[in-house]
Design a protein. Structure first.
Lengths: 329, 329
């Protein structure tokens, strides 16, 4: 029997850092978290994070030698080869930080970094909804829309590690302004943020709805409020949801026509609504994607839930670490 | 010194079949063509094609043993693993034909098939505009819009060999009807056919223009007429062209945001217009694609011209043939 092997998965987001010790089957055997605190110097935050990692290994009672590598999923742009952070919008103080070498030197293990959406895609492919699938696209529909793709069994990173900015497929030529500076992007129509924004607009314009009452105030309306109102029979909320699903469906149709995948895995907050999201999206793909491509694709929910950050980071580590169990097939 | 190696490249389109003997540097040393004649039984057409291939080898005066494999680029859907044609819209009589085994048995060489856009992408990557590039997307802008992608140095085929239907990215939600059955696809806005159709519409609506005179009749207006009229200073033609370029630019922006490529290679009839196409498309990418992705990508013309079919088919053969020179790196 082979000796047990572990990696450390580190998920660095704008508000929290989660760390986990993950085995070769993608099971998190121990985990912890700490706030990111964008206002404190990043070195301090990183030291806290490193302490958590060391404590995790001690607490798990395993030999440090059996931890083979570290994977980091980072919510922002970076140079994955240099391992350096580049202008992260949520963590401005982290710009230029040689994060990979800092972690590697302090913990004495090979360390790899990937943007969070790519890491999540790899996590779902190796340990989640996409196990055994060669061609899979992961889309996260949350405050934003992002994604990653595992093609021919391997994570596709693109020329600079930024592939699959699926939220920034143009969906409505000259449409709503998007945070990226362009207009009409999928993210400006089918994200939770876009849904909430649109809901506020129409409630302010005077349309009848329970939305403002449910939220306490127009300003507090979120995507969740829209879903709640819809479940209470609110017609405006239903219309807003249907519109959003139509846009999301069109985005997934583009993804299917571009990647000819076996699987599209949808994750992120908005997808927790379940069938009210999956039914219209599947219907759109069946109706609008090219027939031979629509025939072979399934649209399924992500499996890893909130653990996708840590497990995805761990999948990156398993894939890249020399000598670690190759989980790539 | 290694012995010279060749492959046969066969390019089967709706109107003609081109065959060529291609060396390991992508040079066509001999070539010929024959009409496809959709109305004659496909077996007859294929026999003519096989005779051309045999004659080509004889004429070139090379040893048959030095021809290592055959690649076929086919303009229509197929099962690339089974090598069987599936419902090709331009060649309905060819449905179900086991083309690969027919060619293989008759010519006694390993034979491989790929759809024409994928083969063209591989051809440009190995022997054309994309030599040495790891991540390249090829887009053809002609009567339709199609494409293929070479990712991490390898042709990406997708689950059923139909990846990169780039003409069917949704560009205008609920926009113009597309031949694929969906609405608002890139192809319905940025193909030569779409440009001609739009020109006919506006001329018929009574707008002043030299377009009808140039074409002889409104019905005869083509994309070429629009370009000619524009070069003569026709304002309507200029507006139609600018609109088309805006749509094409938006499509290329989506491609850049999705693939994070080093290179986008644009080929096909409409791109022969040169700078009047490349300048606005490059400008759109610079202005609208995500900044880190826009920084690393170049938008360049295809290099193989009309030979892309045969050379692309040859690239498929070189990539797949056992024992042939591996041109993939």
């Amino acid at each position: 029997m082979m000796k047990p092997e572990y990696v450390l998965g580190i998920d660095i987001g704008g508000t929290k850092i989660a760390v986990g010790l993950v085995d070769a089957k993608g099971r998190q055997v121990a985990g912890d978290r700490t706030p990111t605190q964008p206002d404190t110097p990043p070195e301090k935050t990183i030291n806290r994070m490193l302490d958590l990692c060391r404590a995790l290994i001690r607490r798990a009672g395993i030999n440090k030698e059996s931890v083979r590598a570290i994977g980091i999923a980072f919510a922002g742009p970076m140079d994955p080869l240099e391992g350096r952070i580049k202008n992260p919008p949520n963590l401005p103080g982290w710009h230029g930080l040689p994060l990979v070498s800092m972690v590697q030197e302090n913990l004495g293990m090979p360390t790899y970094i990937e943007n969070d959406a790519n890491a999540a895609a790899l996590g779902e492919a190796r340990f989640g909804a996409g196990v055994g699938v060669e061609n899979m696209v992961y889309m996260t529909v949350s405050t934003g829309v992002g994604g990653g793709a595992v093609l021919d069994g391997r994570l596709y990173r693109g020329e600079t590690g930024s592939a699959c900015e699926l939220g920034h497929i143009t969906l409505v030529h000259n449409g709503r302004e998007c945070g990226c500076g362009a207009k009409g992007c999928l993210e400006a129509y089918a994200s939770g943020t876009a849904l909430a924004k649109r809901a506020k607009e129409v409630v302010r314009s005077g349309e009848r709805s329970v939305l403002a009452d449910l939220a306490g105030d127009v300003d507090n309306i979120t995507a969740k409020t829209v879903v709640q109102a819809m479940q209470q029979g609110d017609e405006l909320a239903r219309r807003l949801w249907d519109e959003t699903m139509e846009y999301l469906g069109a985005g997934v149709v583009s993804v299917v026509n571009i990647f000819n995948p076996r699987l599209v895995v949808l994750g992120g907050g908005l997808t927790n609504t379940g069938e009210i999201l999956f039914i219209p999206v599947r219907e759109a793909v069946k109706r609008l994607a090219m027939a031979p491509l629509a025939e072979v694709v399934d649209i399924v929910p992500a499996k890893l839930g909130d653990a996708v950050g840590v497990i995805g980071a761990a999948a990156v580590a398993f894939e890249k670490a020399p000598g670690a169990t190759n989980v790539s097939k």
